[in-house]
Design a protein around this ligand. Sequence first.
Ligand code: GLN
Length: 477
Amino acid sequence: MNITDLSAQELASKIKSGQLSSTDAVKAFLDRAEKENPANNGFLTICNKSALIEAANIDSDISSGKSIGILAGVPIAIKDNISTKGIRTTCASKMLENYTPVFDATVVEKLRKEGAVIIGKTNLDEFAMGSTTENSYFGPSKNPLDPSRIPGGSSGGSAVVVAAKTAPAALGSDTGGSIRQPAACCGVVGLKPTYGRVSRYGLVAFASSLDQIGPITNNVTDAALLLQVIAGDDPRDSTSSPEKVPDYLNKLANGVNGLKVGLPKEYFADGLNKEVKNAVMSAASVLEKAGAELIEVSLPLTEYAVAVYYVIATAEATSNLARYDGVKYGFRSKKDNSLSELYANTRSEGFGAEVKRRIMLGNYVLSSGYYDAYYHKAQQVRTLLQQDFSKAFNECDMLICPTIPTPPFLIGEKVDDPLSMYLSDIYTISANLAGIPGLTLPFGKAGGMPVGVQLLGRSFSEEILLRAGLVIEKASI
Ligand code: GLN
């Protein structure tokens, strides 16, 4: 048995039954990370010591017959913009290079409560702004399937460690596609839950009305397992939802018989790579064979989504990032002769180019004279985009479409062309603007790389997406 080939669920059941100790499981992943990480840069921090201590504690709980959680002893990686008590949380920024939180994010608290072992913190684009991890202060991560290609982003490190099997599962965050796009690039499964399904408490905010935490895993079952653990209402996040958390695992094998699946025609238009299209169409026919009905639907405002997102996300980022001023958190410039000089120099030296670009864009769209023309208008179009989805979901139960329009591009290919980089988010961004859930899973190939098939659903319909995902996954094995 190769331990690092086991899924999170398999690890949990072997550890529970005593076939495998948590210590051996954690050691196997740490050893593999030591070998692979220098090349793929998936982890920014590897918790060699604390992970083994946590694993030993779980092993002694098991041998003394204590009751254990559903992830007992299973190593999990966490994106480095999610707070971990006592473990450095950098957001891949010079600004937070030496910041160690004094509290756990709610999702981390929930994972720990179920016995998960935090094995490390993963690389990302600085403050989750980007689609490649090239915006990381600590250098880019490499796609384990082809190191010359981007692993996607911003949760690129989380997708890398799962694809490279240096962790069995990870958490990412998704503001405009940052869980789904890297999962698609690296050939793994990624789930962005409904806005409010998972607490954002302890997630370092990028754009608060869009951000959501979710799992990146090697299969659909593990995505359901992790969602089960992290979902739910949280008094510390007023935007989390009191909606009851269903038993995702129990319903996972219920299939898709009788479901109506929509193909949004705007997601299959110009710019979509042919092989990507073919793979998505074959995944759709898998659902049809399993008893679903395929229909064509329309999301006519899709072409405005990228523009709306880059107004709203930058406006919110501007406000969220105002706290990094050299006084309250992290990096502080040494050139601080006056308060205004301290602010200006701290922010000039502490933030990377993309973060500065977003702060400037955000300030511009919020400034008097432009507010109505950009920010207010974008909010209005956001409402219309939400209505587009509501209309589509009157006709069908879920949508199937590509996650990204092309196979992952080469590292360096688009660094000097932010607009073309932004446009590659075209299929993922609308789900964040509408607040709906999205699941990506690998199916078929394009240009020798796996294709991400995306399933979108009504708010709080993760259960349906996971069921459909499992049907497609079974057909691809
Ligand atoms: N690529 C998008 C951006 O750069 C999405 C990022 C994200 O979801 N965090 O904003």
